[in-house]
Design a protein around this ligand. Structure first.
Ligand code: ADP
Ligand code: MG
Length: 368
């Protein structure tokens, strides 16, 4: 097990990168704690696999260093780094049995036969293939083969880290949940450092202690699921996490008020004068619908019943704004205003969250 340090890391696939746009990974400085479960979350093409392959040693970065503990491993291959990696699609030996596939990484390391047999049995049970150990892998479904890949990734107890690159893509939806829970249980039991790449926020938030949200070659925030929800550091995090994501409205901010298309919105803190494109961000969970003169005037487009609650889709000054309303709550007659819980409003300048100078004191649950 090891703490993983990314020191001044950057990567371009081009031989002579010029500007920032030529880099698949922009400047990265991070420490990944020993024994923690991380998710790397972001849209397709944002650099997740590039970063994972640099950590595992499949790719040498164009700039910077990777340390495991205090050891510089930047030029070491995957074997020297002692890492297990599971890919999106199955990597197994078709001519071997399921059991031999699972045993392979252990035999390779010269473990004794009794240990191997017991460990293979344990992992086979975990992936639900304990009755198939003697079958040849050839002819199994993609789903079954991927479970074997997962098993092979998890079979060694002595690895520095286990890396997963969208490992559940070809897995049947009902089995996905099951395997994700198994991975989490395995992490609890053995305490390996795990890094799990996904574009699916539910997968990331349920699996990981900490989630690194990537956008356009950068880790824009590394935080707990709560932190990503409560205080998105970047508008992308606000928008990408949540269902629906955070509302963003262009604003002019002065002191503790914002003006949005001429309407005043009281903020939960006081801000210094801001430069660049300024927006306020509020999650739909903290938006309420009202009649009267307060709040932003909106046009209600539709209401979706999603079971646990309703999603109100509205429009303000040409921008979509969503609110989450309690299950079964009727829309009050004449309600055409949206109000925001002031202490839940974030302020963003050129997409990055700005800290207030000081918070305005309000009762915790007051809706303003
Ligand atoms: P993700 O895994 O998040 O989908 P990738 O790390 O695969 O993203 O890709 C990041 C960027 O690098 C993309 O623009 C992709 O087209 C580019 N890229 C990935 N692999 C290569 C490669 N082998 N050669 C050149 N460009 C690549
Ligand atoms: Mg990828």
């Amino acid at each position: 097990m090891a703490k993983i340090t990314l020191d001044n890391l950057a990567h371009s696939y081009l031989p002579n990168p010029k500007g920032e746009a030529d880099y698949a990974l922009k400047q990265l400085d991070h420490v990944w704690g020993d024994g923690e479960a991380y998710a790397l979350l972001g849209a397709s093409g944002c650099g997740k696999s590039t970063l994972l392959n640099i950590i595992s040693g499949l790719l040498v970065p164009s700039r910077g260093r990777i340390l495991f503990g205090d050891r510089d491993v930047t030029r070491d291959d995957t074997v020297a780094r002692n890492i297990a990696q599971v890919f999106q699609f199955p990597v197994i030996y078709d001519t071997m049995t399921v059991g031999d596939n699972l045993a392979f990484p252990l035999r390779n390391r010269g473990m004794d036969a009794a240990y191997i047999a017991a460990r293979v049995q344990e992992i086979a049970t975990m992936i639900g293939m304990e009755h198939m150990l003697r079958r040849k892998a050839r002819g199994l479904t993609a789903d079954a083969k991927q479970k074997i890949s997962l098993g092979r990734g998890m079979v060694r107890e002595d690895v520095n880290a286990i890396l997963f690159d969208e490992p559940l893509t070809v897995i049947d939806p009902h089995m996905k949940w099951e395997l994700r829970s198994q991975l989490k249980a395995l992490h609890k039991q053995f305490g390996h450092t795990m890094i799990y790449v996904t574009h699916d926020q539910t997968e990331a938030l349920t699996f990981a202690d900490k989630v690194a949200v990537m956008h356009d070659g950068r880790v824009v925030q590394l935080g707990t699921p709560e932190e990503l929800f409560e205080r998105p550091a970047h508008t992308f995090v606000g928008y990408f996490i949540g269902s629906p994501g955070m509302n963003l409205i262009e604003a002019e901010v002065s002191g503790n008020t914002a003006r949005c298309a001429g309407h005043v919105v009281p903020l939960g803190g006081s801000y210094k004068p801001l430069k660049g494109r300024v927006q306020i961000g509020i999650r739909p969970e903290f938006v309420t619908l009202a009649a009267g003169d307060d709040g932003l005037p909106v046009t209600i487009r539709r209401i979706e019943d999603v079971g646990r609650h309703q999603i109100l889709r509205a429009e303000f000054a040409g921008n979509p704004v969503n609110a989450i309303l309690p299950e079964g709550m009727p829309v009050p007659a004449g309600a055409n205003r949206l109000k925001f819980r002031r202490e839940r409003i974030g302020v963003y300048a050129d997409d990055w969250r700005v800290a207030p100078l000081h918070a305005v004191s309000t009762p915790a649950r007051e809706a303003v």
